[in-house]
Design a protein. Structure first.
Lengths: 111, 113
């Protein structure tokens, strides 16, 4: 079945560092891809999405590009802030609206 | 304005009890979902309803019964609670059944004693 694999966390960085969180997927067909963020004590919020190959999703300084050839959707940010500390989930959506999530990556940014 | 709201936020109860979690969305969406997040943060879909009709029912014990009285509500009733039911349960909604993003509530943390 469809699956999503994210890089193992936790990830700890200093403020203004460059961030990459790897995400690869396995799916039949061409799913839509998403990054969701979960701040402490809150629900998931959609961060960005891409619906077809070579699409780039971007929001709040975060970017991810849908790479069909490598089945990847890595999340990047050029300069992280303390407020970016959260758990990040990569997910794919195909067919009957069933979101399949990766295991989540906890990110901590130190001042 | 809260888009997807769940009640209660916290639920602590004894093993064997029956409990319900309520979810309401004011986004005008016609599809709603329940997800379970375990202690390792792994998220998995449980149910999905579109226009009050069940469309996704993952392998979930039949102690869990969703009920959708209308498009804006999807409640989750759990019978005979077990220790393994301890988790955070998230409600979500989306427009239609295409590739639309899902909007999540803040979750209900269920703890079984």
């Amino acid at each position: 079945g469809d699956s999503v694999t994210q890089m193992e966390g936790p990830v700890t960085l200093s403020e203004e560092a460059f961030l990459t969180i790897n995400c690869t997927y396995t799916a039949t067909g061409y799913p839509s891809l998403f990054w969701y963020v979960q701040y402490p004590g809150e629900g998931l919020q959609l961060l960005l999405k891409a619906t077809k190959a070579d699409d780039k999703g971007s929001n709040k300084g975060f970017e991810a590009t849908y790479r069909k050839e490598t089945t990847s959707f890595h999340l990047e940010k050029g300069s992280v802030q303390v407020s970016d500390s959260a758990v990040y989930f990569c997910a794919l959506l195909q067919g009957a609206q069933k979101l399949v999530f990766g295991q989540g990556t906890r990110l901590t940014i130190n001042p | 304005d809260t888009a997807v709201s769940q009640t209660p936020k916290y639920l602590v109860t004894q093993m064997g009890n029956d409990k319900s979690i309520k979810c309401e969305q004011n986004l005008g969406h016609d599809t709603m979902y329940w997800y379970k997040q375990d202690s390792k943060k792994f998220l998995k879909i449980m149910f999905s309803y579109n226009n009050k009709e069940l469309i996704i029912n993952e392998t979930v014990p039949n102690r869990f019964s969703p009920k959708s009285p209308d498009k804006a509500h999807l409640n989750l009733h759990i019978n005979s609670l077990e220790l393994g039911d301890s988790a955070v349960y998230f409600c979500a909604s989306s427009r239609g059944t295409g590739n639309q993003p899902q909007h999540f509530g803040d979750g209900t943390r269920l703890s079984i004693l």
